[in-house]
Ligand binder design. Structure first.
Ligand code: GLN
Length: 453
């Protein structure tokens, strides 16, 4: 009965593109057997998780929520998903997302919008679960899956986690292999866990991470036992508060929750220090040049020959097939990114846009490097607002892009960053706080998150 209720709720939220109950049941059986045989259980033995449909899963349709990949069934498994199966986890299904992970509301999926299980008090309007990992945040917040994978290019783990009152961590760039993850912007894309607690994130990140020779940007570093070293005692630690992390339109409830977060970290023994990250305001514009530039190159591979959809009108030639397939297969937001990306990389505009954006990226990274002389971890809001009703920002891509204004700087700098649930606003909606750490110092991020959760 509870299984059927969960299936009905998942269907109402539209969190899954396909379900794979047998995969999860096999993992549960394997865990039972290991237990009966008195064997030591792997870190995630029998845990049924949701898999963002951006990870290639062998024999299971993988779409990136795009029509152009509909029906594509990979013959290989992504490294991250394989690592999770090796740790004993099983898959409940492939989770809906913004198409090619482009979006902040889960409204760009070919398979329809995803709803958050949360609603504003006094309203029954369907709310956004955030994006792009909105199927992941919705399923975890609705208690349909105890945990799910996400990916974060410019906030897609942290913003949906904040919108739905769950935890999500984007590790240092290179911690999780990108092999078998549908590419959006390769210099930014990172996988990470989304779950209900900091502890669960620590366990799952441990299972997902690790050096992979198949990813040229994979970090050749040991994976520490983050869960074992969790410690909410922050005595002797300094928490930096960046003065630039406010903007016009930031909810006062967000600023209040930031104050509350400082107080909690102080109670945990930390010292609060003011810091400055002066190039913060240039990070979002730079991101919206760099990410589309890389996307326009990565998405060139969808040609109607190698994957999924092929649109070949009667008597058409090769060029026509490319054009027809891409016109029919990509959604509007994806086309917008390809157009922007192609434009900023074109001969006449490269220096004016792409080169400038790369310089800003360096300045943003240097801001953080300087800040580490003064603090061990940074505390900031995850988003400038709480969740919004589905449909309310559709005509306003620039306001939509602003969702990630506080998330993008850590992405450009490749730093570990986590969102943890902090408070509930006067509409009854959750707000998240963000912790940003030094390169490779996921532990500090998790420990500070633990002190807040
Ligand atoms: N919302 C941002 C974008 O649309 C970030 C997406 C992501 O992190 N995948 O590009």
């Amino acid at each position: 009965e509870s299984f059927n209720a969960a299936v009905a709720e998942a269907a109402a939220l539209n969190a899954f593109i396909v379900t794979t109950p047998d995969h999860a049941l096999d993992a549960a059986d394997a865990a039972d057997k290991a237990r009966a045989d008195g064997k030591e259980l792997a870190a995630m033995a029998g845990v049924p998780i949701g898999m963002k449909d951006l990870f290639a899963t062998k024999g299971v349709q993988t779409t990136a929520a795009s029509h152009i990949l509909e029906g594509f069934t990979p013959q290989y498994e992504s490294t991250v998903s394989q690592n999770l199966w090796d740790a004993g986890a099983g898959m409940l299904g492939k989770l809906n997302l913004d198409q090619f992970a482009m979006g902040s509301s889960n409204e760009t999926s070919f398979f329809g919008n995803v709803s958050s299980p949360w609603q504003k008090s006094g309203s029954n309007a369907a709310m956004s679960p955030g994006g792009s990992s909105g199927g992941s945040s919705s399923a975890v917040a609705a208690r349909i899956a105890p945990a799910a994978t996400g990916t974060d290019t410019g906030g897609s783990i942290r913003q949906p986690a904040a919108f739905t009152g769950i935890c999500g961590i984007k590790p240092t760039y290179g911690r999780c292999s990108r092999w078998g993850v549908v590419a959006f912007a390769s210099s930014l894309d990172q996988a990470g866990p989304m779950a209900r607690s900091v502890e669960d994130c620590a366990i799952m990140l441990g299972a997902m991470a690790g050096f992979d020779p198949k990813d040229a940007t994979s970090l050749k570093m040991d994976v520490p036992d983050w869960e074992a070293a969790l410690n909410a005692d922050l005595k002797g630690k300094k928490v930096g508060i960046p003065k630039e992390y406010t903007m016009d339109g930031t909810d006062s409830a967000i600023l209040d929750s930031w104050e509350q977060g400082k107080a909690w970290l102080k109670d945990a023994g930390a010292q609060i220090v003011d810091i400055s990250l002066p190039h913060t305001k240039y990070a979002l514009p730079a991101y919206y040049i760099i990410a589309p530039a890389e996307a326009s190159s990565n998405l060139a591979r969808y040609d109607g020959v190698r994957y999924g959809l092929r649109d070949l009108p009667e008597g058409a030639g090769l060029q026509d097939m490319y054009a027809e397939t891409r016109a029919a297969g990509f959604g509007d937001e994806v086309k917008r990114r390809i157009l922007i990306g192609t434009y900023v990389l074109s001969a006449g505009f490269y220096d004016a846009y792409y080169t400038q954006a790369q310089k800003i990226r360096t300045l943003v990274a240097q801001d953080f490097e300087k800040a580490w002389a003064h603090c061990d971890v940074i505390l900031a809001p995850t988003t400038p607002t709480a969740s919004f009703p589905l449909g309310s920002l559709n005509d306003d891509p620039l306001t939509m892009y602003l969702n990630d204004v506080f998330a993008v700087p850590a992405s450009l700098a490749g730093l570990p960053a986590m969102s943890v649930p902090a408070t509930i606003n006067s509409d009854g909606l959750p707000l998240g706080l963000q912790l940003v750490g030094k390169p490779f110092d996921e532990q500090m991020v998790l420990n500070a998150g633990l002190a807040i959760q």
